[in-house]
Design a protein around this ligand. Structure first.
Ligand code: ADP
Ligand code: MG
Length: 858
């Protein structure tokens, strides 16, 4: 308990897993908490005595799953191990915390998503802005930036979606900052980080100190916080981080978290990957490629030259389908070199991991060889087009290839790791062990002969070692000199000097072999670990090509076109489509539409049209096309010209944020406020059905004022979908506003959606027709038509009274609505027949016959 108390004092915030034999035990508050979270039995130690403490435990071999569960809930777990074999120690076994596992610092493959970075974030707010550091220990990547203001910070955090976030800074505002970030990042474990004094920072930065010197003070402090935390979680381990990457938030197209959600970029509204844009375009073949694609999608570029470089890579692969296919196959064999390399650097690589590095390097070399064949005419000046100079780590590949068996085991103890002929000493021990086993077989044959005992066996078990077993019935015939070792149900077990001798030799050979194997394994792991920066560079190069190949594949398969990206003020999309809707909801019958916005000309389109016509789809597809183009992808259109956009802002759909206790209308207004504050003339704004959550006149007034503000004060490109037909009048007063509508045709009481955008406004919502499609009862629909007719008949501006007077005499529709529903039809004889059926006795054929009879009667 003294040891426990010491460890707990050193790691007060973590749940302490205290190793005792085959269990990890938890004590005191940890035990009470873990018992509840993990549904463990809560017991106690020293029961009934004054020093009784609560206790709960998990078997060490099952700890993995329990730890994963605790991490999911945002907890930290400190692993306190026995540092020596209890059998060889007198008194209490020494124990130490060897690792603290936290959501943002796990490196265990089973607890990571291969296609997503696992970021630990650190934020250092200061007067104006905040320093931000992102550390992915699993890939060895560390990045730092300064965010100008809260919205920039939230945008960066929204893209990275860290699993864990440390918040530091001045103690005054800290609790508020933590609360705000916790609300903004529901998926992250947000922690208040203790003060970081000037003396501590250099130690935390370690070898990265000189690299960090160039950072702004707040960014440097954030980096130091992330590193201090990661170091504390991995005591005594050299972190596999070679340098600090920097990024400039303004280099990326800004997509704030709510826009990212609205547009369903990485996750669909249902929270699945299917149904998101990423789900459609992710055809990458390697985990590092998948991670890269996700990052590019959430942080498209604004620099035209860089965008064009990316597009040129995609184009090169679109134009060479055969090479693209071969490249895809090679990349599929590369595996996760990036994460494997950090596992090696952390000394965590298993024999299987080393085998995976070997195989990955072979595949990487093939991929590089293919890339050197890629035509490079249009691609001058792109460093990625000189793959011939790529470092393929041939010596490491060769060393691993020479050493390892084809399929190395998951753990060293699971079997042979090295090929015969790799190491003389290892082979010798192996030979001794093997010949020893052969000698045992010979011994068994000889003893059988000498004693004449037919059932005699020489065998081995882990617990008792080697022995001679004689069945019970023949036990009397065992010679004098044999020593009895053990009596078992099936017979007697003996040993003799010769057997002990031989057993010793085998055992020693086995032990020495194991030692040698671990030694060699350590050497090889260190070698791979030492190459981890080079491995990561190779992985990064291939990840970029993986992304280009995936986007080329998507472009080819789904018929996308290379967008023209420039600094013009235009956004021209000819026959544009929604990349997700055309694949899923409207597969095979998607109606393409044109959008032509221009800052100098018509820059704000007011789009009216019935419900379900496709307004929201058009708005989103326009935003998605811009995002795709600026991330360097082809786009779903016949042609597209995108004058770069600095941020995409959206206000889409009605979503109640009940968990945050906000009404739909409040959320709507908050998002609108963000848009109006953040939009610049170079932004693309899409506003979908604003003003729904309040009274009609209120809503119309707000929508009107917002549209006017976008046009006159901000003057950006914008699409404004609305059900307030009154807004079409805006076009009369501004040359920059145009009216469009999505057409529908009415056939009797039915409505047919053409999904085609046409110039001009519509005046009808077809709400009742849509309600009919949705299956509202006919009586309700009839009544709605009557009410509508009455309201429309009322003179404009007169509001309620006239309409009410008109509706005063309640007609037949009203009565029908309140009439009791007709009794459901009853068919007593059918019910009787069904009651009488003995289902268990019925053959399938009889059952079919029965259904047919019943149906006929009905
Ligand atoms: P609105 O916002 O006008 O009510 P939506 O954009 O939500 O309409 O579209 C309703 C449905 O119509 C979509 O879910 C989609 O299945 C279909 N749809 C929309 N646009 C198109 C289109 N251009 N071609 C084919 N189907 C479409
Ligand atoms: Mg809509």
């Amino acid at each position: 308990m003294q040891q426990f108390a010491d460890a707990k004092r050193a790691y007060p915030d973590a749940i302490l897993f205290f190793r005792m034999g085959d269990f990890y035990e938890m004590f005191e508050d940890d035990a009470v908490l873990a018992a509840r979270l993990l549904e463990l039995v809560l017991t106690s130690r020293n029961k009934g005595k004054p020093d009784e403490v609560p206790m709960a435990g998990v078997p060490h071999h099952a700890a993995h799953g329990y730890i994963a569960r605790l991490l999911e809930l945002g907890y930290q777990v400190a692993i306190c191990e026995q540092m020596a074999d209890p059998a060889t120690v007198k008194g209490i076994v020494p124990r130490e915390v060897v690792r603290v596992i936290t959501p943002g610092t796990v490196t265990d493959r089973d607890q990571l998503d291969a296609s997503t970075n696992n970021w630990l974030g650190a934020v250092e707010p200061e007067r104006d802005g905040a320093g931000l550091a992102l550390l992915d220990l699993s890939t060895g990547e560390l990045r730092a930036a300064m965010a100008r203001d809260l919205s920039a910070l939230l945008a960066e955090l929204g893209r990275a979606a860290p699993r864990e976030l440390l918040v530091g800074g001045a103690p005054e505002g800290l609790p508020e900052a933590v609360a705000a970030l916790r609300a903004a990042l529901p998926g992250a474990a947000v922690r208040e980080d203790r003060a970081l004094d000037d003396a501590e920072a250099p130690a935390a930065l370690g070898a990265l100190a000189s690299d960090a010197a160039g950072l702004a003070p707040a960014a440097r402090a954030a980096v130091a916080r992330a590193l201090r935390y990661a170091r504390a979680c991995n005591p005594g381990v050299e972190l596999p981080i070679a340098y600090i990457g920097r990024w400039e938030p303004s280099d990326a197209l800004v997509i704030d978290p709510s826009t990212q959600r609205h547009l369903e970029l990485a996750l669909s509204a249902r929270g699945t990957r299917d149904g998101s844009l990423l789900g459609v375009i992710d055809r990458t073949r390697s985990p590092a490629g998948a991670r890269r694609l996700r990052r590019q999608l959430l942080a498209p570029l604004v620099d035209v030259a860089r965008i064009r470089r990316r597009l040129a890579r995609v184009e090169a692969l679109v134009n060479d389908p055969a090479l693209r296919e071969q490249l895809a196959q090679a990349l599929a064999g590369v595996g996760d070199l990036e994460r494997l390399s950090t596992r090696a650097a952390l000394g965590e690589a298993t024999p299987r991991d080393l085998g995976a590095i070997r195989d990955g390097l072979v595949a990487a070399k093939q991929a590089i060889a293919l890339l050197t064949k890629l035509g490079g005419g249009a691609t001058l000046g792109d460093p990625l087009f000189e793959p011939a100079s790529a470092d393929t780590l041939d010596e490491l590949a060769e060393a691993l290839g020479r050493a390892l068996v084809e399929r190395p085991p998951a753990q060293p103890k699971d079997g042979a790791v090295f090929v015969t002929g790799y190491d003389r000493a290892l082979d010798e021990e192996d030979e001794l062990r093997r010949s020893g086993s052969e000698r045992m077989v010979e011994l068994e044959a000889r003893l059988k002969r000498e004693t004449g005992i037919g059932t005699l066996k020489v065998r081995f078990t882990r617990v008792f070692g080697w022995y001679i077993e004689v069945s019970r019935s023949q036990a009397g015939r065992a010679p004098e000199g044999w020593r009895r070792k053990q009596t078992v149900a099936t017979g007697e077990r003996y040993t003799i000097a010769e057997l002990d001798d031989l057993a010793d030799r085998i055992l020693h050979a086995e032990e020495r072999r194991r030692e040698r194997e671990l030694e060699l394994l350590g050497e090889l792991t260190r070698r791979a670990g030492a190459a981890s920066s080079r491995l990561r560079a190779l992985s990064a190069l291939l990840a970029r090509w993986d992304v280009a190949g995936a986007l080329a594949e998507v472009a080819h398969r789904f018929d996308y076109v290379r967008p023209e990206v420039d600094t013009s003020s235009a956004l021209l999309i000819e026959d544009g489509r929604h990349p997700v809707v055309e694949r899923l909801a409207a597969a095979g019958r998607f109606v393409p539409n044109d959008v032509r916005l221009d800052l100098e000309g018509e820059r704000l389109w007011v789009i009216t049209g019935p419900n379900m016509a496709g307004k929201s789809t058009l708005l989103r597809q326009t935003a998605l096309t811009v995002i795709l183009a600026q991330m360097g992808s082809y786009v779903p259109a016949r042609s597209a010209r995108v004058g770069v956009v600095d941020r995409v802002l959206s206000r889409v759909g009605a979503s109640d944020d009940l968990s945050r206790g906000e009404s739909t209308f409040m959320v709507e207004m908050r998002e609108t406020a963000t848009i109006l504050r953040a939009a610049t003339a170079r932004s693309l704004v899409i506003v979908d059905e604003i003003g729904r959550g309040t009274s009609t006149l209120d809503g119309l007034a707000i929508a009107w004022a917002v549209a006017e503000h976008l046009d006159a004060a901000i003057g950006c490109r914008a699409l404004f979908a609305t059900h307030y037909h009154e807004l079409v009048e805006l076009a009369d007063s501004s040359e920059h506003v145009a009216n469009y509508s999505v057409s529908a045709r009415e056939l009797e009481n039915d409505v047919v959606f053409l999904h085609r955008l046409v110039r001009g406004a519509t005046s009808k919502s077809y709400g009742i027709a849509v309600a009919r499609l949705a299956g509202l009862p006919e009586s309700v629909l009839a009544r709605a038509r009557a009410v509508l007719a009455a309201l429309e008949g009322a003179p404009p501006g007169s509001g309620g009274p006239t309409a009410k007077a008109h509706l005063g005499g309640r007609g037949a529709g009203q009565l029908a609505l309140f009439a009791p529903p007709a009794a459901p039809p009853s068919h007593p004889e059918i019910i009787e027949t069904l009651r009488a059926v003995d289902v268990d006795r019925l053959t399938p054929l009889e059952a079919l016959g029965l259904i047919s009879t019943l149906k006929a009667r009905l």
